[in-house]
Write a protein that binds this ligand. Structure first.
Ligand code: NAP
Ligand code: 12T
Length: 341
């Protein structure tokens, strides 16, 4: 593309959409024009971008005329409904919802891991789940070196993953609980203030939640390796920004903890933060607003032949959503793939 692209941000008034605008600005993404879109409810509102307040327009089938790239984060139903109209108008879609991730026509991409999958896109590209993205960035170099056979992961997920209303729900509940007032749960099925909920997204027939099965199926698609076995437990915790993950892996080849630290030290997008003697390890409060995925508590699992435990933390709204989507767009631009074939 010789001219800079026109970029639509669909869901621009939401937690992820606002961050997308910030990431486009921070990274000086080359764009001719940015068009924020949301529901009819938001028409009349503005959103900040660079030194301007941009008016929000309604997301409709006809809104994509002359738009080159659309970053969607407006819910699965909205993506399912409008992404095909955008692609039909010649606009490449990078979608943050779970609607298109397992569709065989849609690449599912973490730029540090499988940028090559962008080559076969047909107009709609899926951004993986936040919990999957940060795990992939850390596990890919290990898989390349020693082949990962099995992953056991437990997540500690921030409320911002659910959106703006959930952020407000945690704030309100904490305030009320601290002043002895009763709380009501609206967004979540139970109180999230001072609690942990072993349910993220809906339950499926196999007893797992949809969020847990996203980690299983998306890992296989992104790594391009159906032999990796993943089992997950996803837990919501009363944290605003930053998902944490306890990850246990079993590899085919033996790796020591030092081997893993050395591998991750040069991995793109990864920062090793592992100095237990100084009480230094990744923490959600430190990763908020940052772009990297932080890995610490790296140690050998002494109960099996080739096992490693680690703790992986990243800002779920940045690398887990907005940043990963913009990085996908950057690769599309660099490789001249910003067109619908
Ligand atoms: P949010 O704060 O609730 O914002 C939702 C956004 O979607 C708002 O801008 C809203 O516009 C817009 N929207 C809702 N219904 C719409 C409709 N019918 N037409 C047009 N726009 C509509 O939620 P969020 O946290 O930003 O998340 C949004 C999406 O991103 C979800 O699909 C979620 O699954 C996905 N997400 C993905 C990840 C990930 O794992 N990669 C992480 C977080 C979120 P109004 O203000 O006009 O209602
Ligand atoms: N339910 O994009 O609630 O599949 O934290 C991401 C985050 C779904 C998704 C959450 C969710 C997704 C959440």
């Amino acid at each position: 593309m010789s001219k800079n692209p026109v970029v639509a941000v669909c869901g621009a008034t939401g937690a992820v959409g606002r961050e997308m605008l910030k990431v486009l600005e921070d990274r000086d993404f080359p764009c001719a024009n940015v068009i924020p879109m949301a529901s009819a409810r938001s028409v009349g509102k503005t959103v900040p971008f660079r030194d301007e307040e941009l008016p929000v327009i309604e997301l409709t089938d006809d809104a994509f005329e002359g738009v080159d790239l659309a970053l969607f984060s407006a819910g699965g139903g909205t993506s399912e409904r409008f992404a095909p109209s955008a692609a039909k108008a010649g606009c490449v879609v990078v979608d943050n919802s779970s609607a298109w991730r397992m569709n065989p026509e849609c690449p599912l991409v973490v730029p540090e891991v499988n940028p090559h999958d962008l080559e076969w896109h047909k107009g709609i590209i899926a951004n993986p789940n936040c919990s999957t993205i940060q795990m992939m960035v850390a596990l890919k170099p290990i898989h390349d070196e020693a082949r990962i056979k099995r992953v056991v992961v437990s997540t500690y997920q921030a409320v911002s993953g659910t959106g703006q209303k959930a952020i407000e729900e945690l704030e309100n509940q904490v305030r009320r609980l601290m002043s002895g007032q009763p709380v009501v749960a609206d967004v979540y099925p139970h109180q999230i203030g001072f609690n942990c909920l072993p349910q993220i997204d809906v339950f499926l027939d196999n007893g797992y939640t949809k969020e847990e099965m996203k980690m299983v199926n998306e890992t296989i698609k992104i790594m391009g390796d159906p032999s990796i076995r993943v089992t997950a437990t996803c837990v919501r915790v009363p944290v605003f920004y930053g998902h944490s993950e306890s990850v246990n892996i079993e590899t085919e080849q033996k790796l020591t903890a030092d081997d893993v630290r050395a591998l991750l030290a040069t991995a793109p997008g990864v920062v090793v933060e592992d100095y237990p003697e100084k009480k230094i390890y990744p923490m959600a409060i430190n990763c908020a607003g940052l772009d990297d995925t932080f890995v610490g508590r790296i140690r050998e699992d002494e109960t099996i032949e080739n096992g490693i435990n680690m703790w992986i933390v990243s800002d779920n709204i940045r690398k887990g959503a907005a940043l990963n989507a913009v990085q996908i767009a950057e690769v599309l631009l660099q490789r001249n793939l910003l067109r619908v074939p």
